[in-house]
Design a protein around this ligand. Structure first.
Ligand SMILES: [Zn+2]
Length: 111
């Protein structure tokens, strides 16, 4: 059984768009990658995969509260954004030096 290690196509600082789930269409920037789970945390102005975290009242404040917490999102729910084409599939190109470059599958631009 071939069980290839999942390859992370995304890295910190990438601009991505959500293509599945409750936040479809939202864009943000990859703030953190979790390669072993194939997930990333995306920070965006619109809030991507934000969970409401309830806090119990404390003696000091006498009241509880709700805090927003950005949760990791699976990379399959995201697409990398090409500045020319918008959300795009990622391809790879090997240059003459044998180095691998991530490219836009539509226009071939390096991403
Ligand atoms: Zn492109």
């Amino acid at each position: 059984m071939a069980n290839a290690k999942p390859k992370m196509k995304l890295k910190k600082g990438d601009h991505v768009q959500v293509i599945q789930g409750k936040d479809v269409g939202k864009r943000g920037e990859v703030a953190r990658v979790i390669p072993e789970r194939n997930m990333v945390v995306v920070e965006g102005t619109e809030g991507i995969n934000v969970a409401k975290k309830h806090q119990k009242p404390t003696k000091a404040t006498m009241q509880g509260g709700i805090q927003d917490k950005t949760m990791p999102i699976h990379v399959s729910n995201l697409m990398l954004i090409c500045s020319k084409d918008g959300p795009t599939k990622v391809g790879y190109r090997i240059d003459p030096n044998g180095e691998k470059h991530r490219v836009c599958r539509k226009c071939g631009a390096e991403l």
